[in-house]
Design a protein around this ligand. Structure first.
Ligand code: URA
Length: 286
């Protein structure tokens, strides 16, 4: 749909030019082609510096992350289809502009994703917003869908999926699958996040403490065969491989989306508690 009109084609070209020419974190090298990282402007780096700072107070954290979220939403909106629209200015002159085509909605992955709803509403006043709650199932240790409330006509909408931190990608993967199962077309999903993990990062710190970071039950995206193989290898490597496969699957899923994943920054790795590093801690808490 992006290349269906000359205006859209130009926008696509612009987006890829942006991607190639702006300063980007070195961790971007291995991103899927449709992962778009915001230009690393001084402004953005300054905002990220504030929210990464452990001494930043809650009010400043919220204010500053809202500013970054707006940048993400505005970039996301750039990927919606438009049609030519000619209007008349107060001076009686014709102006050949464009108008957005199609309906959108936001879907936040609870709970941290809800923090992005205000930024979306700032840009699209009466936008419909759905919610998805995915949590770790205590019995299986796998991410499980607990709750989904989505606009009934979601299949006809472009869907801005909101999750500030893309770490192991467990909930993101589930959420994308929930949207697909509700009839949302792949090419209509735009996934927005503030900080995402470099999919090729070395996930384990060398001194990964001991055997219990991830329990033996593996995440359900793996085939039995992989699960069995994983059980035979030492737990620290097990953990690395799990995360690796997990991310690999997530990024193949993202690769399938014809619309992009848009992130403000790509960070280096995960610590043993699966926080993104250098990161900014627990986004929901902060
Ligand atoms: N979620 C967070 O809030 N922070 C991380 O670092 C990773 C996931």
């Amino acid at each position: 749909s992006l290349s269906s009109s000359p205006v859209n084609a130009t926008m696509t070209l612009l987006a890829s030019a942006l991607k190639d020419t702006h300063r980007r974190p070195s961790t971007c090298a291995e991103l899927p082609d449709n992962a778009l990282v915001l230009p690393a402007t001084n402004q953005l780096i300054a905002l990220l510096t504030i929210i990464r700072d452990k001494n930043t107070q809650r009010g400043d954290f919220v204010f500053t992350s809202d500013r970054i979220i707006r940048l993400l939403v505005e970039e996301g909106l750039n990927h919606l289809p438009i049609t030519p629209s000619t209007i008349t200015t107060p001076l009686g002159l014709e102006y050949e502009g464009v108008t957005f085509e199609g309906k959108i909605c936001g879907v936040s992955i609870m709970r941290a994703g809800e923090a992005m709803e205000a930024g979306l509403r700032d840009c699209c006043r009466s936008v419909r917003i759905g919610k998805i709650l995915i949590q770790r199932d205590e019995e299986t240790a796998q991410p499980k869908l607990f709750y989904a409330k989505l606009p009934e006509d979601i299949a006809t909408r472009y869907c801005l999926l909101l999750d500030p931190m893309l770490a192991t990608g467990g909930s993101a993967m589930q959420a994308i699958e929930v949207l697909l199962s509700h009839g949302v077309k792949e090419e209509k999903i735009l996934f927005l996040n503030l900080v995402s993990l470099n999919p090729r990062s070395p996930y384990t710190v060398p001194s990964l403490p001991n055997a219990h970071v991830i329990p033996d039950e593996t995440i359900d995206i793996f085939s039995r065969r992989i699960e069995d193989r994983l059980r035979k290898i030492p737990q620290a490597h097990h953990c690395t491989l799990l995360l690796w496969h997990h991310l690999f699957h997530l990024f193949s899923l993202i690769r399938q989306l014809s619309e992009p994943q848009i992130t403000a920054w790509v960070d280096e790795g995960l610590d043993e508690k699966r926080y993104i590093v250098p990161g900014l801690g627990d986004f929901g808490d902060r």
